[in-house]
Every structure is written in C-alpha cells, then in structure tokens.
Design a protein around this ligand. Structure first.
Ligand code: 13P
Length: 251
C-alpha cells in the first residue's frame, strides 16, 4: 500500500514570524497523525526557523526548488548540500510557476532531480497541462512528455523515492479543481507510464500527488481515487486548520 503524502507548498508567502506562527499552529493539530506522510515547503529564508520547530514532529521539510549544480558560481541558487544542511528532506522540482515565469525546462527538471537523488533529497516532480493544452486535446502528450523527460536520469532502483505531483495549471490558485474523475484519468496514465519506465513493482509503489485548488471540502473525494496518493497544496496550506483538515482527509 502506498502511504498518502500531503505536502504544503507555501510559495512566496510568509516572513519568518508568520512562518513560525503557522507551524506552531499546525504541529498540535496533526500530532496524532501516523498514517499520512506530511511536509511543508516554506521559502528558503524560513527553512532554518521552520526546521527548528519541526524537530521531533512527523512533519518533514521541503524546499521549493533545488539547484542542479553542486557549488560555485551560480548566483541566486541553493544547492542540495545547503538544503540538507538546513534540514530539508524533500524538494519541489519543476513547479508550473517555475516553468511559466522562470524558464524552467524539462531538461532543467531532469538535472535537478538528479541533484536531489544524488544527495538523498526526495524530489517532488511537478507536471501538468495548461488550459489551452487541455482544450486542444494535448493533456496526455504534455503530461507524459514532462514525466518522461523530467525523470530521464532516474534509475529503476531509485524511482521509488521519487514523488510525482500532477498539477493541472488551470486548477492552480483558480478555485477550479479537476473533478476526481478528470484527475484520476490523468493519474492512471501517469501510473501506466511509470510502470512502463520502471516496471510495475516500482511504478505501483510510487506516489502521485494531485495539486490545484485542493481544499478541506474536496480533499476526501480526490484522495479517494485509486491513483491519487496525496496532495500538493498551495493556498490552503497557509491556514493551519485547513491544511490539517486536508491531512486528516487522507487518513
Ligand atoms: P493552490 O492549492 O493554491 O491551487 O496551489 C496548488 C499548487 O500549485 C501547489 O504546488
């Protein structure tokens, strides 16, 4: 059985005081949750403070990005080593906002996935189609293309560590969630491709999160789908009670 995995992507929100308040509110709400893997992904500037507050809890710490390079002349980048140093166990890679606004490519995603795996950081690899791509019938081509290219360097024996997040771009921050059927249809195609790439034993063990306007009110139905193994939550992860309710919907 795949353990459900709920992660909160805070995006570019919260200075340190707000981040600490959010974590302090969240920790007691989910203290008794054992059957769901949980993580939060604060901004880089809050990682250290959040790491201290998460110590001794079951909530894991994720970065929102990771450099493909190990060190050196890469102004503005943060390496896997640095993330580990501050307590990160996970990194979100290839989020659609990075693809859309910061020129992230499938090739860059593949290199970042490699850097993460080489440093024992779990990559949360984001893929998803835009509204125009969906409306022109390209959803599966786009999503599976991003998947295959982004995981190009992943070896079969490493693949079980990788988490995939399917986030239809048209559902992110818009309040428009994919229906459970729409999401499951794409998740099933992702699963089939993972099975093809890494063998069924590995593919069936890999977690595929759904992301895009996940809320306490729709989480249970989405998470009830066969191939939806968790959620990558944006807006609702900024409110402790809402995020805790989504985590509890996965129990
Ligand atoms: P929202 O939950 O705000 O739609 O964001 C989803 C997302 O992009 C998580 O990475």
């Amino acid at each position: 059985m795949r353990k459900p995995f709920i992660a909160g992507n805070w995006k570019m929100n919260n200075t340190r005081e707000a981040a600490k308040a959010l974590v302090n509110a969240l920790v007691p709400l989910v203290a008794d949750v054992e059957t769901v893997e949980m993580a939060v992904a604060p901004t880089f500037t809050c990682l250290q403070d959040v790491a201290e507050l998460l110590r001794g809890t079951r909530i894991e710490l994720s970065a929102q990005n990771i450099s493909y390079a190990a060190k050196g002349a890469y102004t503005g980048e943060i390496s896997a080593d640095m993330l580990k140093d501050v307590g990160c166990t996970h990194a979100i890679i290839g989020h659609s906002e990075r693809r859309q606004f910061f020129g992230e490519t499938d090739e860059g995603v593949a290199r970042r996935v490699r850097a993460a795996l080489d440093n024992d950081i779990v990559p949360i690899v984001c893929i998803g189609e835009s509204l125009a791509e969906r409306e022109s019938g390209k959803t599966f081509d786009v999503v599976l293309g991003q998947l295959v290219n982004g995981l190009a360097s992943v070896k079969r024996e490493e693949a079980a560590r990788v988490v995939v997040a399917y986030e239809p771009v048209w559902a992110i921050g818009t309040g428009k969630t994919a229906t459970p059927d729409q999401a499951q249809e794409v998740h099933a195609a992702i699963r089939a491709k993972l099975n093809e790439l890494f063998g069924a034993e590995v593919g069936e063990a890999m977690r595929i999160q759904y992301g895009g306007s996940v809320k306490a009110s729709n989480a249970k139905e989405l998470l009830g789908q066969k191939d939806i193994d968790g959620a990558l939550v944006g807006g609702a992860s900024l409110v402790a009670e809402d995020f805790a309710a989504i985590i509890k919907a996965a129990i």
